[in-house]
Design a protein around this ligand. Sequence first.
Ligand SMILES: [Zn+2]
Ligand SMILES: [Zn+2]
Length: 357
Amino acid sequence: MKLSIAGGCGDFGRSCFFISGNQHAYIVDCGTSTDGMDRVPDLTAEEIRSAEYLFLTHSHRDHTGAVEFAEEAGFTGQVMMSAQTYRQLSYKPKNAVIMDSTAPEVELLPDFVLHWGRTGHCCGAVWYAITCEGKTAFFSGDYREGDPFYRNDPVRDLAADIAVIDAAYPTEETGDAMRERFLARAEALLADGRPLILPVPRFGRGLSIAAALWARTGGRYAMAMDDRLLREWRTFARRKYFVKPSVWDVPVEAFRPWDGAHIAGPGAYFLTDAQLSHAESRQLADSAPEARILLSGSVHGYGRAKEYVESGRAEQVLWPNHMTYGEMRALAGANRFARCIPFHDPRRKPEALLYEF
Ligand SMILES: [Zn+2]
Ligand SMILES: [Zn+2]
């Protein structure tokens, strides 16, 4: 089998891997770049037409933004994903197949078997172990063990001939240390008695941060969520399949509704605009100069978050919803992977773009 990196390694987003053998071909993720240019993966028309399946790990656009492009370029296969990924996608693929979460293993064809589990990165995010023509390829997707909100099916003792593993953070740290640093900073800002704006994506770390911050501060500070995040919280906070039991200790009413436009007093305000892309978010920041802004994710090429960090109006402390290099190596050590390809770090260029396995 051959694996070709069509994007996602040493790149801003654009995750996409093309795998082919003598009989079969498939694609894992098909994202656009996050540098503001929405670049599509480096797939040839022949590769796109030959692929029988496109497996999506989760809905984020650095993994799914180019699905429509693939369809327009001649992809006619099935697009496999979890139910939650389907719900979260703004563009619904023409030939979507929803995987059955009660049985995370399926024989698609006699020599083509798919196995998956939850990654802990957002609702519906999955990893894949795909065995085709006798060779197994593992794809971690965006992977996070130990998240305070999302459940993860830890990958252990899995044999694979090749493994593409999330290593978004180029450090040896642990997620626990990163999480502690973020929460300590957020708590210090709340203790200051000024409003704290927390821009987060609609699907992902917002619920993790909210649950962890509430648990840490025991409800001492008012916390509000805009409509879109509050809807997610109310939908998932009691859903056992997605959520850790510790989340059940956080009252469903812990977060009050917020219009996303007006700051009223101290406390935390969760705003679903991670990159401050919307004019309304910037109006909000300008209208409340006393409010602090704490960014928890990477600052991308689209949106205005970068300007806010550079001017000092916002500060950035990464919340871990990916793995560090140290954690990637630990995951590789807990399994039997013949070869590992780290992905998701824009700074680390891949050793090669094509691998035989
Ligand atoms: Zn993601
Ligand atoms: Zn990603």
